[in-house]
Ligand binder design. Structure first.
Ligand SMILES: Cc1cc2nc3c(=O)[nH]c(=O)nc-3n(C[C@H](O)[C@H](O)[C@H](O)COP(=O)(O)OP(=O)(O)OC[C@H]3O[C@@H](n4cnc5c(N)ncnc54)[C@H](O)[C@@H]3O)c2cc1C
Length: 612
């Protein structure tokens, strides 16, 4: 591979893959994309299999975090913080909810100094991203959406009846249907909808699939290096002349390489990776760098600080006649998913010639469902099961936006998801976890998710060795406001479930038995605030939305240039001046689109289309 480029982009995730794809539209522009992970595995395309990409070192960075005041009911008090490690980054591992954020979020960015990032100014980039597929199942603000863009956005097929039930229940509880990605989010009351997802024909549309796969990755002026751990930015000069000239990385064989950038280095390594690389390069809080034996080249106290994330409490309801059994999802994954110790099908397919008639029928049905998904995109596996959502206000502040997101899962998950992926101690969460989470049981989960947290965490450098992860301190609930909002959101979630339509309703909220005893909970009575608080402190988990660790105003300017270092930008979720009040993937892709145009305008790169 050549060792000189115009632009070296670090990290091919939600933002980085977009920037590499856009800048390489100009054949005269030599672009290198350096990514630590590989190409995504085949099962990355199966939406419902998303959790299986976590805890796999091939596709996940495997970070865990100190959860601060939360996490008391997690094994070892640690919060797993998955981050995608592949082309596509976290858009390859995530739950595919396509949520832009409230218009007021972006206006607030602009008001605090991020000029050029108001809602009116970011809307064209959201539209550039999208290939929106309207559906009779949702209300959509057609003119606010984009058509023909790389990322397909639509509603899952088939719609699961329980998810329709959640939308109706929310409406019955006073939250009208609407387009949460539209221009009008309905004032404090908010809106409810089936989830819009970034999927194409029932398959994941990560930024690798949408922006790089196929023709773009074949461009002669785009070099994509995978399995390459970037260890630092190469800097030249000092003081006012300090400038980035390239990066250093370790390739798969452990060899050190140093591609040079004639124009710029762009860090898109995400909210953990970008501040980590800056600090490894000597750019960050002096005392922390020196404690880790890194020479401070440029003191920047805010690198890694102001970490924001969303946290959610999974409220579990046994729901016979309403919820979707996990066994049905498993059949839809095809015959191989049925091979296991429980004997639904033989472990080894060579033994399939001895199937009972029941097993033969099951295998035929599983095969039929997979074929149908391949051909039409319609299947129970065509979404992550994060299927419907309401955005509303608790009235406790932050009136520029909605501070509450209440999302719906039409099933009860399984032991693996609760215990391994979320790290929840299910022996404390449930009276009898095995019985409650049995595959044929019908349950639902409502996720209470405050979305404008006041607490801030931090990413702290631990070692000059780039293979040692930084410490992640989430500091959840450090600000008492956040716990107040959480309780209010949990109450609103209970209210929605109480308004379930039709004669068959979900059962009562499952209260962890030790908390029921501690707070004298009387079944049938509403849980007290103290009980709900304690439930949140024990069993809330990350919503995976880490952001703001290199935020505009403190670490980069509004054109994403690192303050005081020439030819170096950061463009990913870390630059958000404040976390958006919803899932962060769409905003990260938008940051990638806008960053590409900013760079192109500053440097004369000829993109195929400018929208800003
Ligand atoms: C499990 C999970 C579920 C989620 N669900 C949703 C959802 O449903 N909807 C939603 O909107 N958002 C969701 N999110 C959040 C969303 O995906 C992220 O906010 C978004 O992808 C962040 O984009 P990014 O470009 O900042 O970082 P990333 O997409 O994480 O990209 C960073 C890239 O940089 C690479 N990298 C990092 N360090 C280095 C290094 N040293 N050298 C080389 N490469 C490096 C990484 O491997 C990665 O590819 C989820 C996230 C996760 C992890």
């Amino acid at each position: 591979m050549p060792d000189a480029f115009d632009y070296v982009i670090v990290g091919g995730g939600s933002a980085g893959a977009v920037i590499a794809s856009r800048l390489s539209e100009d054949p005269a522009c030599r672009v290198a994309l350096i990514e630590a992970g590989g190409r995504p595995p085949e099962h990355e395309l199966i939406p419902v299999a998303c959790a299986s990409l976590q805890l796999d070192p091939q596709t996940d960075w495997m970070y865990t975090a100190d959860p601060g005041k939360a996490g008391r009911g997690l094994h070892g008090n640690r919060m797993p913080v998955p981050r995608g490690k592949m082309l596509g980054g976290s858009s390859g591992i995530n739950y595919m909810a396509y949520v832009r954020g409230h218009p007021g979020d972006f206006d607030a960015w602009a008001q605090r100094g991020a000029s050029g990032w108001s809602y009116a100014e970011v809307l064209p980039y959201f539209q550039k991203i999208e290939d929106f597929h309207p559906s009779n199942e949702i209300t959509s603000d057609q003119d606010a959406h984009g058509h023909g863009g790389p990322v397909s956005v639509g509603v899952r097929s088939p719609v699961i009846p329980a998810s329709r039930g959640f939308v109706q229940a929310s409406e019955n509880a006073g939250i009208p249907r609407g387009d949460y990605n539209g221009r009008d989010r309905g004032g404090p009351t908010g809106v409810v909808s089936l989830m819009q997802t970034n999927t194409r024909k029932g398959k994941r549309a990560s930024t690798y699939r949408a922006y790089l796969e196929g023709a773009p990755e074949q461009r002669p002026n785009l070099t994509i290096v995978t399995g390459a751990l970037v260890t630092r930015v190469l800097l030249q000069g000092e003081g006012e002349t300090l400038a980035a000239v390239g990066v250093e990385y370790r390739d798969q064989t452990g060899k050190t390489r140093t591609p040079h950038a004639a124009c710029e280095v762009i860090l898109s390594a995400g909210a953990v990776g970008s501040p980590h690389i800056l600090m490894l390069s000597g750019i960050g809080p002096r005392r922390e760098l020196e404690a880790a034996d890194v020479v401070c080249r440029h003191e920047m106290p805010h690198v890694g600080k102001h970490l924001k994330d969303h946290i959610q409490c999974a409220m579990f309801f046994p729901a016979p006649g309403v919820g979707l059994p996990m066994s049905e999802v498993r059949i839809s994954l095809g015959p191989d998913a049925l091979r296991g110790s429980d004997g639904l099908l033989p472990v080894d397919p060579v033994d399939d010639d001895k199937l009972t008639p029941e097993q033969a029928g099951l295998k035929a049905e599983a095969s039929r469902r997979v074929e149908e998904w391949h051909e039409t995109g319609s299947s129970l596996i065509a979404s992550s099961l994060y299927d419907a959502v309401a955005f509303t206000s608790t009235g406790l502040g932050d009136h520029h936006s909605h501070d509450a997101q209440i999302a719906f899962i039409p099933c009860g998950y399984n032991e693996d998801l609760f215990s391994a992926r979320l790290n929840i101690d299910t022996s404390r969460y449930f009276e009898d976890a095995a019985a409650t989470l049995a595959p044929d049981n019908e349950n639902i989960i409502v996720l209470a998710n405050p979305v404008l947290p006041h607490s801030e965490g931090e990413i702290v450098l631990q070692s000059a060795d780039p293979t040692v992860p930084p410490s992640i301190h989430m500091n959840y609930f450090a600000d008492p406001h956040d716990l107040k909002v959480m309780v209010a959101v949990m109450r609103r979630a209970l209210d929605i479930v109480e308004h379930w339509p039709g004669p068959v309703k979900p059962g009562p909220l499952a209260i962890p038995p030790f908390l029921a005893r501690k707070h004298g909970y009387v079944p049938g009575q509403p849980p007290s605030d103290a009980l709900l608080e304690n439930m949140a402190l024990h069993f809330s988990t990350t919503v995976y939305h880490l952001s703001c660790t290199c935020r505009i105003g403190d670490v980069v300017d509004a054109r994403l240039r690192v303050l005081g270092v020439k030819n170096l930008r950061v463009a990913d979720a870390s630059v958000m001046p404040e976390i958006v009040s919803g899932n962060t993937n769409a905003a990260s892709i938008m940051i990638g689109e806008k960053a590409a145009e900013i760079v192109a305008r500053d440097r004369g790169v000829r993109l195929a289309r400018f929208v800003g």
